[in-house]
Design a binder for this molecule. Structure first.
Ligand code: PAP
Length: 347
């Protein structure tokens, strides 16, 4: 995939009235709710998932124009489930033979600059990456993915996370990216209790949370050769095992020679929360999110993508009752699917 090229269809979309007409029609017909999260004014229920107008625009653009190569790998997740980490790992895996350790772009760029999103433009470095990396990421639910992805030979790596931690991370993100000072009134405070209610009823960007997971989970059961389903907690606990599994699945298996040379450990170290969060670019750099063609650019600090990177931080925010309620919803929603999100002790 060529970064900065037409790979995500943005160029075509600008001159494609068909997609823009579709956007207008959908926005005026589907259920809409006043947005409470992040910078979104309203969320639209499109194909059974809540999304902002700019996400919807990106989804339609991707559906109409994205043309994957057969060897492309799609990384997918709901927000705050480990996307940044997964991007870093996939980038390190796929580029390990053509990038020098000391000049790895991950050392000087936000992971989102190394692996772009399919449906929106989030960038931090003004310079385009001068590398052809066959990886692209998305938050699009499985059922709304472009048909070109479903019908192609390209593989999908999905990551999910305990909803309790994902919820806390999302709520924290809302406040960390919120503009300070005068602009703050344009972006309402979202008390934890209100955010929690929204999350439980499925009203989050990309939500309902559980439905997003289930879409990919069921597809992974049907086509295990095409979709690798990962859990953040497992990746934390058995990082080496899952990196090797991921590399193999993506078509970049680690050779015995590489293993002897400690390549896996180098990937783990490079992509670790401790390493990435302490890099200058991730401490003081800024990311820009283009929300709609020619409409708005929203800017925030790269460090908003690195908070604690821990399993079980929810204990510091949720009451036992809130935790039980979320666990019950999870159990109810996942019942019969074969998917469990029980976090192992000491994970
Ligand atoms: P996104 O979907 O908006 O891109 P995403 O990267 O999925 O965000 O979520 C950020 C979470 O991943 C943060 O979790 P926390 O709020 O619970 O701390 C962030 O700290 C965590 N994270 C970022 N990088 C890493 C990493 N290298 N290893 C582990 N966790 C990480």
């Amino acid at each position: 995939m060529n970064h900065g090229s037409k790979s995500n269809g943005a160029e075509e979309y600008k001159s494609d009235p068909k997609t823009s007409n579709k956007l207008e029609e959908i926005m005026s017909t589907v259920p809409k709710r006043k947005g409470a999260w992040l910078m979104f004014n309203d969320l639209y229920l499109y194909e059974r998932f809540w999304c902002s107008s700019f996400q919807l625009e990106g989804i339609l653009r991707a559906q109409d124009h994205f043309k994957p190569q057969p060897n492309d790998v799609i990384l997918s997740s709901t927000p705050k489930s480990g996307t940044t980490w997964l991007k870093a790992l996939a980038f390190a895996i796929t580029t390990r033979s053509c990038v020098d350790e000391s000049t790895n772009p991950l050392l000087t760029r936000l992971a989102h600059d190394c692996v772009p999103f399919l449906e929106f433009k989030l960038h931090s470095s003004p310079q385009k990456l001068n590398l052809d990396v066959p990886v692209v990421a998305t938050h699009i639910p499985y059922t709304s993915l472009p048909k070109s992805i479903i019908n192609s030979g390209c593989k999908i790596v999905y990551i999910c996370r305990d909803p309790k931690d994902a919820f806390v991370s999302l709520w924290q993100f809302h406040h960390r990216v919120r503009p300070k000072g005068e602009e703050v009134s344009a972006w309402e405070d979202l008390p934890l209790e209100d955010a929690f209610e929204f999350f439980c009823e499925g009203f989050t960007p990309g939500g309902p949370y559980w439905d997003h997971l289930l879409g990919y989970w069921r597809a992974s059961l049907e086509s295990p050769e095409k979709i690798l389903f990962l859990k953040y907690e497992n990746l934390k606990k058995k990082t080496e095992y899952w990196i090797k599994k991921m590399a193999q699945f993506m078509g970049y298996p680690l050779s015995l020679e590489e293993e002897d040379k400690g390549v896996v450990q180098k990937i783990i170290d490079l992509c670790s929360f401790e390493n990435l969060s302490n890099l200058e670019v991730n401490k003081s750099g800024k990311a820009r999110l283009d929300v709609g063609i020619g409409v708005n650019t929203f800017e925030f600090k790269n460090n908003t993508y690195f908070r604690k990177g821990k399993v079980g931080d929810w204990k510091n925010y949720l009451t036992p009752e809130m935790a039980t309620r979320l666990d019950q919803i999870t159990e109810q929603k996942l019942n019969g699917s074969g998917l469990t999100l029980h976090v192992l002790p000491n994970a």
